[in-house]
Design a protein. Structure first.
Length: 118
């Protein structure tokens, strides 16, 4: 259950996925970050099944496949600041910054306290 996000926002992979595929702690942090940022978060990617991940040339073992990651669309530098600040305040420890989105995850199996660019 999420305060700000609907199941349809998580159904973007094949085989079908849903909000229930997300780790509860990650979803809680995502809601906290959205609350803190004060702006809508439009998700461009969330949970990905290992099969879906592999079909796109990825490892199939990343944070998305664990339900521990989301990509949030971002189109301005002011919104980028709001989103990144809110993600850190909510406890996300892994952030990737691209021109059109911000990756956030809280995977305990990957390097911690990192920010990278695409």
């Amino acid at each position: 259950m999420s305060k700000y996000f609907q199941d349809s926002e998580f159904n973007r992979c094949s085989p079908a996925c849903s909000i229930d595929d997300m780790h509860p702690e990650t979803l809680k942090r995502l809601d906290q970050a959205r609350e803190h940022a004060g702006i809508p978060f439009v998700l461009s990617s969330a949970y990905r099944s290992p099969a879906h991940d592999k079909s796109k040339g990825r490892s199939g073992t990343g944070a998305h496949t664990m339900g521990r990651a989301v990509d949030i669309r971002c189109n301005t530098s002011a919104n980028r600041w709001k989103i990144v600040s809110a993600l850190i305040a909510a406890g996300f420890t892994r952030i990737g910054i691209a021109n059109t989105f911000i990756h956030a995850d809280d995977s305990p199996k990957h390097a911690q306290s990192v920010i990278w660019t695409y």
